[in-house]
Design a protein around this ligand. Structure first.
Ligand SMILES: N[C@@H](CCC(=O)N[C@@H](CS)C(=O)NCC(=O)O)C(=O)O
Length: 260
């Protein structure tokens, strides 16, 4: 594929980056991925997007956006088909409210997962598994530093991890009440919206969904708590709902595009 003018700067395991990848894929837009090294990433992302310094950052031609919600709104304005937001009105407001809520849940998903991966998992392999060789080796060497940065930046303490578990379970309840426990329904209206993509992508790390960076792999054993949580959540209607969104609205759409 020839290089495009559209580049997503990312950490492969970041679920906010997964949300941005899904948005671009849902719009059928070609893009390049650029994996950044955690640490030095901040200088580059701040320079590009003048934002908080986090990933994802999307550079689309001359426009740079440093937040997944801004990316979503930019894509919707610039590439309206297929729409991921209903026209202005109560449905659109509900999609935006749900997006904001599940964006907040993403913080708790991440904190809960790191609460176990930092102690019982292989952070180097988890984080850098999808990087090219030199970055992967360097990353694994620097994993102890990365662990302490993650612990501090995401406030991974036993009390906060427990609080996050409660928030994650509340988010599952919310999906079940919005969909009336029917995994075939969308959160708002009768088609995929930004709300569905945000909820499924940001809860994804706890569901070990195939075809995502969080799928369980034999070479990367996960702490028991992570495996148990995935098993528990997958049994729930909300877990089934997220798996279905991935199957029907992400993987199947990608396969159809690939075949076309
Ligand atoms: N509100 C942001 C959150 C993005 C975010 O938290 N990204 C994390 C990775 S999951 C990150 O870049 N962390 C490192 C940093 O903030 O420097 C968005 O929706 O894009």
């Amino acid at each position: 594929m020839p290089p495009t003018e559209r580049t997503l700067y990312q950490f492969p395991v970041s679920h906010y980056c997964e949300k941005a990848r899904w948005l671009l894929d849902a719009k059928g837009l070609p893009y390049q991925l650029q994996n950044l090294m955690p640490g030095p990433h901040r200088r580059l992302t701040k320079r590009m997007a003048q934002a908080s310094g986090s990933v994802p950052v999307l550079v689309d031609g001359t426009v740079a956006l440093g937040d997944s919600t801004e990316i979503a709104l930019h894509l919707e304005r610039t590439y309206p088909t297929p729409p991921l937001l209903p026209p202005p009105g109560p449905e659109r407001d509900r999609v935006l409210e749900l997006e904001d809520y599940f964006d907040g849940v993403g913080i708790h998903v991440r904190r809960w997962a790191y609460g176990y991966i930092l102690d019982g998992g292989d952070v180097g392999r988890f984080f850098f598994g999808a990087y090219a060789a030199p970055q992967r080796w360097l990353g694994r060497l620097l994993a102890p530093v990365l662990k302490s940065v993650i612990r501090r930046q995401y406030r991974v303490t036993p009390t906060k991890v427990e609080e996050s578990r409660v928030k994650v379970l509340a988010a599952m309840d919310r999906i079940e009440s919005e969909t009336q426990k029917d995994p075939s329904r969308y959160l708002v209206g009768s088609s995929l919206t930004l709300a569905d993509i945000t909820a499924a992508a940001l809860l994804g790390p706890l569901l070990a969904i195939e075809g995502t960076p969080y799928a369980f792999r034999p070479e990367l054993p996960m702490p028991k708590a992570i495996v148990q949580m995935a098993e528990e959540l997958r049994k729930r209607p909300a877990g089934q709902w997220a798996l279905r969104r991935y199957q029907e609205d992400r993987h199947r759409v990608a396969a159809q595009r690939h075949a076309a």
